[in-house]
Write a new protein. Structure first.
Length: 311
């Protein structure tokens, strides 16, 4: 079959259904997302496989759909095709349509409360027809959202992002020591890690984040005394405020008061510690939409403003 014949036999709707099935690893879940019958998604995938002469999925009852090598290639090409088409239509329709519709965003959970509200507020004012859907995730999940197509763009730390992900660095954030208000080291202008090693530590227990914070010590031949762990940022702060130990954190709230009314004191680390980079991330093989560019522009402004406030 010629290329022209293939183009006549394959529709954009079939490609959309295939992409969503690949992203959701299930035809049933894809159908629910698309508000169509499951048979419509199954038929679209079967038609693509027939016309292309390849198997796109390995179907496993317990594990759902797994892309074959041909499926992975088609997923990449189909996304590129639909993105390119959308960009062309945006140019023809003009700016009003370019910033309308849905934008899927991923955000590293600990960053979300610090930046997302202002980012979304600015977007709502500038582009009221833009509907932003945000998925909060841990560091490794952010990359998975981008690679699977569940998100077009992400705001995150530069942690656990694969080589296929492009990053734009918005800021470099050094960690600080979070101490109880009555701690003996509160009087120090900056705290040495060696003075903390024997103290009880409350660890931010998220994938890759935990490795970063423990590595701050082990890279210097020190061993932190981890007493408590929590994946919740505010729980960590509350534990510190109640004198259960100290913690290392990056983002600093506008107030030192915790949910429970306790107080956390922030002190710089005296040692030269590698900062974390706040980045806007996208899949390298994809050209991003005007909607995603607007999100990136707003992230730059909000992060820059936050840095100015901190200094």
């Amino acid at each position: 079959m010629s290329t022209g014949d293939l183009l006549r036999e394959i529709s954009l709707t079939q490609l959309r259904y295939f992409i969503r099935a690949a992203e959701r690893e299930s035809m049933t879940r894809a159908a629910e997302d698309l508000y169509v019958a499951q048979s419509a998604v199954s038929s679209a995938v079967a038609h693509l496989e027939k016309e292309l002469g390849v198997q796109l999925f390995i179907r496993r009852h317990a594990k759902g759909l797994i892309l074959t090598a041909a499926g992975r290639e088609l997923l990449l090409r189909a996304r590129q095709l639909l993105t390119s088409l959308a960009e062309s239509l945006e140019v023809i329709a003009g700016d009003a349509q370019a910033f309308a519709g849905t934008l899927q965003v991923a955000c590293f959970s600990p960053l979300a409360p610090f930046y997302l509200p202002s980012v979304l507020s600015g977007l709502k004012l500038a582009h009221p027809a833009l509907d932003v859907h945000v998925s909060e995730a841990d560091a490794s999940e952010v990359g998975q959202h981008l690679e699977s197509g569940r998100a077009e763009i992400a705001l995150t730390y530069d942690l656990a992002l694969g080589d296929c992900i492009d990053r734009e660095v918005l800021a470099e954030i050094r960690p600080y020591v979070a101490l109880p208000a009555g701690h003996k080291l509160v009087e120090e202008r900056a705290v040495h890690l060696a003075d903390l090693a024997a103290e009880p530590m409350i660890l931010v227990d998220l994938p890759h984040s935990r490795d970063y914070f423990t590595g701050v010590f082990t890279d210097r031949g020190l061993q932190p005394n981890i007493q408590f762990r929590s994946s919740n940022y505010e729980t960590v702060r509350a534990m510190v405020a109640q004198d259960h130990g100290y913690s290392l954190l990056h983002q600093r709230p506008a107030t030192d008061t915790t949910y429970g009314g306790g107080r956390v004191v922030a002190r710089p680390i005296a040692d030269d510690v590698e900062p974390l980079r706040v980045v806007v991330a996208t899949l390298g093989a994809m050209r991003i939409s005007q909607r995603a560019r607007a999100f990136a522009d707003r992230c730059r402004a909000v992060v820059a403003h936050d840095l100015g406030r901190a200094h």
